[in-house]
Design a protein. Structure first.
Length: 451
């Protein structure tokens, strides 16, 4: 191995390993919630599935606060302006505060109609509304965590977000157990535990950013013009993320239409898929930071070499994770629910989830490379095209629901969940094909401090 290649390996590992641990900690919030709430019964677990879909959509449509900020900050850093990098991060954080306040009002006051969109039973909807109304209070903190994490990643620091994520996960787990089972607050206790943990993470990361600004004499006040410019710059990634969330919400809607047991099973398998996604996304985070910095410095050779390296690692990581899921799947269901029907459907869905992991590894790494390059407009168009291709596939599962369920038998429930995941894997395959066609060209590699 050459010295250059060895250096690239070390750089990727330096960024990806802490990012991996931090990203794994994030979905553990939902895994802990699912495991604790699952002991309350099928309806609370299914209600958590509906509420989680709403909350993740409300927060993740603004994921550009992390991804876009990482790209902008890394380019400024590559061009030699650390003060400019920090200033861009502060603009993104103020934008997160404004968007978080608006989103809290929307979700808090609109909890009932938002939960009703999924067509779940009345008992499930009531559980979802309870969780949503409390959890809405944590949305500003969620968005601030996204923005400040993006700043630190752009500054090539993935360790600080790791410390914050681990602290937040520990607090979330302890508070959830205490509130739900110790105090008997039910699903509302799970929501309160998560809200408190999220706000603690946000405060810790803001303190780090304020100190960084002080070292480089960057003012902390909001600049409306620059904040609006940051918002405009995030529009393509917002469109890309809205299309992706539409895919995930549509899939949850189809699961809800299949019944409470399929929905509860899908909630667990989707949570595990998200866990695996975040694990593989560690390489995507490294790709964003390395790509942005290299293009900011005008280094096309490093950009291309790092891309090839991280794609190989992404596919290999997917293979490893897929094998782990296949081996562990018989024991996963009992961790979340005592219901035998839900357990069987979880095991069936996890087979498809496992087989799709190598494809996921490729997709997430290339997505990170293109985000780091600031190729947001192409990503937005590609995701809209992929959504259109997915619609007839997932709606086909919806229309075939009664036939798949076979009168409500356990085998029918497992088949329905399996085919729903097959449909989702088709979505990932279309997405991966389009990304392969883009990344093999040079059109996405634009150099300079700004794109």
């Amino acid at each position: 191995m050459s010295a250059t290649a060895d250096g690239q390996h070390r750089e990727v590992l330096r960024l990806a390993v802490p990012a991996f641990l931090a990203l794994v900690a994030e979905p553990l919030f939902l895994l802990v919630d699912s495991a604790i709430v699952g002991r309350l019964g099928v309806e609370p677990l299914a209600g958590l599935g509906v509420a989680s879909a709403v909350l993740l959509t409300a927060a993740n449509v603004f994921v550009f606060l992390a991804y876009g900020t990482t790209s902008v900050v890394a380019r400024q850093l590559g061009a030699g302006s650390r003060a400019g990098a920090v200033g861009a991060g502060i603009d993104g954080t103020w934008l997160a505060v404004v968007l978080g306040a608006l989103t809290t009002a929307l979700v808090g006051f609109g909890a009932r109609p938002l939960a009703a969109l999924f067509g779940a039973s009345a008992d499930v909807a009531d559980q979802a509304v309870t969780y949503l109304r409390v959890s809405a209070l944590g949305l500003p903190a969620m968005l601030v965590v996204l923005a400040t994490t993006g700043v630190l990643r752009g500054l090539q620091d993935t360790r600080t977000p790791l410390v914050a994520a681990l602290g937040g996960f520990t607090a979330n787990a302890l508070l959830n157990v205490w509130f739900v089972h110790g105090l008997g607050w039910g699903i509302a206790g799970s929501a309160w535990g998560t809200v408190i943990a999220q706000n603690g993470m946000a405060v810790a990361l803001v303190v780090v950013l304020v100190r960084e600004a002080g070292r480089h004499r960057v003012p902390l006040r909001a600049h409306p013009g620059r904040v609006l410019a940051a918002a405009r710059g995030g529009v393509p990634l917002l469109v890309r993320t809205l299309a992706l969330r539409a895919v995930l919400v549509l899939t949850t809607w189809v699961a809800a239409g299949l019944g409470d047991v399929p929905l509860a099973s899908y909630q667990v398998t989707a949570t595990i898929w998200s866990f695996l996604t975040f694990a593989l996304d560690a390489l995507a985070i490294a790709a964003q930071a390395i790509t942005g910095r290299a293009l900011g410095a005008g280094d096309l050779a490093t950009t291309r070499a790092a891309t090839r390296l991280m794609v190989r690692w992404g596919v290999l990581g997917g293979v490893v994770l897929g094998l782990v899921v296949l081996v562990a799947r018989p024991w996963v269901g009992p961790l979340f629910t005592p219901d035998a029907g839900v357990q069987a459907a979880i095991a069936a869905g996890l087979v498809v989830v496992a087989l799709g992991q190598p494809l996921s590894g490729f997709v997430f790494v290339v997505d990170g490379v293109l985000i780091g390059a600031g190729d947001g407009r192409w990503l937005a168009g590609a995701m809209l095209a992929t959504l259109l291709a997915y619609l007839p596939v997932v709606l086909g599962v919806h229309l075939a629901g009664d036939w798949l369920l076979q009168g409500g038998s356990a085998r029918g429930t497992s088949d329905a969940v399996t085919w729903l995941w097959v449909a989702f894997t088709v979505f990932m395959a279309v997405r991966g094909t389009l990304m392969w066609m883009r990344v093999r060209t040079d059109r996405w590699m634009v150099v300079g401090a700004t794109r």
